[in-house]
Design a protein. Sequence first.
Length: 165
Amino acid sequence: MTLSIPDQGVVISHYTVLPEWLDYNNHMNVAYYIATFDLGIDALKAVYGINPSYIEREQRSTVALEAHITYQNEASLGEQLDVHTRVLDFDPKRTHLYQEMYRGDVLLATQETLSISFDLRARKSCAFDVTIAARIAALHEAQQALPRPDWVGGSVGIRRKSRSA
């Protein structure tokens, strides 16, 4: 099966903020930012061939090892969200993914995730199937003209002004 690689290697998926996604502040709850990013990762994985039928047949998928999210702007009921997902780096077992969530041209959030290929029978990591690895490489190659996002590699902490001596 030949899967097409999207323009510049970025997979764009679309979602709508549902009533159950809202919290007591009447905007999208942080848990649904994560859930929406996860749906975007599923869309990316489908492009390189890890879809429900592949997972069922091969008993292989991916699992997250680490994630970092930034919240830039809030999302509200009924708004249309676009999630842009790309492969920043990869090796035989892991992918370093980066995502941006937009409402129109407004950046709402970013997520950076490290995922690993996972054997569901053995319950341990494994190398990507060679066909999947080739598709990941093709996605990665297609996005090489894009700049590295400013948000990549951030850390959590309170930034303090340095004191003069």
